[in-house]
Design a protein around this ligand. Sequence first.
Ligand SMILES: [Zn+2]
Length: 198
Amino acid sequence: MRYPPAIQKLVEELIRLPGIGPRSAERIVFHLLKSPPDETVRLAGALTELRKKIHHCSSCFNVAQSDPCPICADVRRDQHTLCVVERPTDVVAVERAGNYRGRYHVLMGKIAPLDGVGPEALRIRELIGRVKRGGIGEVIIATGSDVEGEATALYVAKTLKELPVRVTRIAHGIPMGSSLDFSDEVTISKAFQGRTPV
Ligand SMILES: [Zn+2]
């Protein structure tokens, strides 16, 4: 038996989302049907605004509603230090830890040959460009400690080698095989303090 088309359509859209299977999708749809109509309107509005208002900062590639993003635009932040992370969620994790005061460079992924993601798919060229323009004293590589995160760190370190910049890697207080955004604030702070030159 199939649901009426409007339900079926939303179920099919929801199933495309990460972590949502057919059962969860059905549960969400029926929850929406029995909740007050304005709740659904707010959700639809938030989804539309998401794509309309969110862009990538042209400097660090983090998600933002302005360009440059608030972090790049903040003159009180240390302009000589760049922290290289995989995803926007990592920026939030490091910011939450609270003691990093430099800027970021978001690669928008990690090198994953098995998934067909090579270095050219990441914002590595743009990182080199930023360093070459000068004024950067240290690049802290804060990619995850899983195999792809390590491979990405190695690649980034290698490409920066010829440039006059100190390159460091955060310490492995981050649990092995884990990504930054799953780590707690204390672990992240310790990993930054214990960073080593590469
Ligand atoms: Zn930015």
